[in-house]
Design a protein around this ligand. Structure first.
Ligand SMILES: NC(=O)c1ccc[n+]([C@@H]2O[C@H](COP(=O)([O-])OP(=O)(O)OC[C@H]3O[C@@H](n4cnc5c(N)ncnc54)[C@H](O)[C@@H]3O)[C@@H](O)[C@H]2O)c1
Length: 281
């Protein structure tokens, strides 16, 4: 594989694009929001320059950056070997994107979604050839986190899974394969419960945001507490992931507490908006 298209240039899309560039792929990053795309590309250039200064690159930052192309439509995606979608966590939006890509790309192009918690089979139900479709779930921040969950839908072919596994290794990351397509996969299913418990403790006044985070950092050795992590991920992303898991399982334990919904309604989405459980202004 040589050419990778990344759809969406937010937190995850920009991280995935940078990682693919560093691994030597020719990367096109596409977004319908021009300013967001410009900002993402600018941030990638700066991040590469910083890594170069720290002598953490084996090529010149400018050479790696030269592998990155900005796109505002899907038209050039016909020659992509793989498309990785990282747009908002919305099933209709994701399905529409893959339907559009299907009319442009050949059957050899692998389609991957970075969804946090939408079952892969539900997204791929919209396309005619779901055997080339799978979940490639990267973690935030992409350049630091080693894990990529590879999620099979009911229809994903073994060839597609194997190609994706080899691709993940080329990014210097480690894959785990999720055999049964269930919302939240492994990490979000387990960590999401920790988020919900932290929110419930906060709502009940058991402890403050700062002390819950401190307890989890110092008591469990986690690098971040749950509120710091939710702010990093984005509270809208956390809420959508919890709702998707609740909608699939209908288990009350997965239902997000009111405080999370209110924060999202108020636009307090975490680091990306400057305010979440902490203030970043
Ligand atoms: N934030 C995290 O920590 C995290 C971790 C793993 C997976 N995810 C998943 O990755 C996906 C993206 O999350 P994010 O946090 O990067 O979101 P984000 O809000 O930072 O970025 C989403 C981007 O998608 C773009 N977009 C929207 N519609 C588009 C379209 N039709 N075509 C092209 N671009 C479009 C937006 O302009 C925006 O730039 C979601 O499915 C999310 O659940 C997020």
């Amino acid at each position: 594989m040589k050419k990778i298209w990344v759809i969406g240039s937010g937190i995850m899309g920009s991280g995935i694009a940078q990682t693919c560039c560093q691994a030597g792929y020719h990367v096109s990053i596409m977004d319908t929001d021009g300013p967001c795309l410009d900002k993402a590309v600018h941030n990638i250039e700066r991040a590469l320059q910083k890594l170069e200064k720290k002598q953490l690159l084996d090529q010149k930052a400018a050479d790696i950056f030269a592998n990155l192309k900005k796109e505002t439509s899907f038209n050039g995606a016909a020659t992509a070997d793989m498309v990785i979608e990282a747009v908002f966590e919305n099933i209709t939006l994701k399905q529409d994107i893959f339907k559009a890509l299907e009319s442009i790309c050949g059957l050899d192009t692998i389609f991957a979604t970075n969804t946090s918690a939408i079952p892969i089979t539900d997204i791929s139900a919209a396309i005619a050839h779901p055997q080339r479709f799978l979940g490639l779930h990267f973690f935030n921040p992409v350049h630091k986190m080693k894990l990529v969950e590879i999620i099979k839908s009911l229809a994903t072919s073994e060839d597609t899974v194997e190609t994706a596994r080899q691709f993940v290794f080329t990014l210097a990351k480690e894959p785990v394969v999720v055999n049964r397509d269930s919302a939240g996969f492994i990490v979000n299913r387990i960590n999401g419960m920790a988020f919900l418990e932290a929110l419930r403790l906060l709502e009940k006044g058991v402890a403050s945001v700062e002390d819950i985070d401190k307890a989890i950092r110092l008591g469990l050795g986690n690098p971040m507490g749950p509120f710091e992590l939710m702010d990093l991920v984005g509270l809208d992303v956390v809420l959508n992931a919890r709702l998707n898991i609740y909608n699939e399982t209908r288990e009350p334990a997965h239902f997000p507490p009111g405080i999370l919904k209110n924060m999202v309604k108020a636009g307090y989405l975490g680091r990306k908006t400057g305010k979440g459980f902490y203030d970043y202004t």
